[in-house]
Design a protein around this ligand. Sequence first.
Ligand SMILES: [Zn+2]
Length: 80
Amino acid sequence: MSNGKDPTALEVMKRLENFLTRSSGLPFCAECLAHEAGIGVDRARRALVELRQTLGRLRAERRWCARCLRWEEVFSVETA
Ligand SMILES: [Zn+2]
């Protein structure tokens, strides 16, 4: 399922950060974030590990995902 462009790791992190910031306060699992960013879930997980080191407001916890409603490890950005 290639769309012809392979986003760089930095681009992936930016997409995830943008989406989480837009959806501020809402938690999403790695699978839903991968879908939003148009990437595979493995890449999303790796990017989220990186993002947690650079984006202090990024929280990870076990909760319901706001989108697929599964109990999962979810990621959210706290409201400023
Ligand atoms: Zn989800």
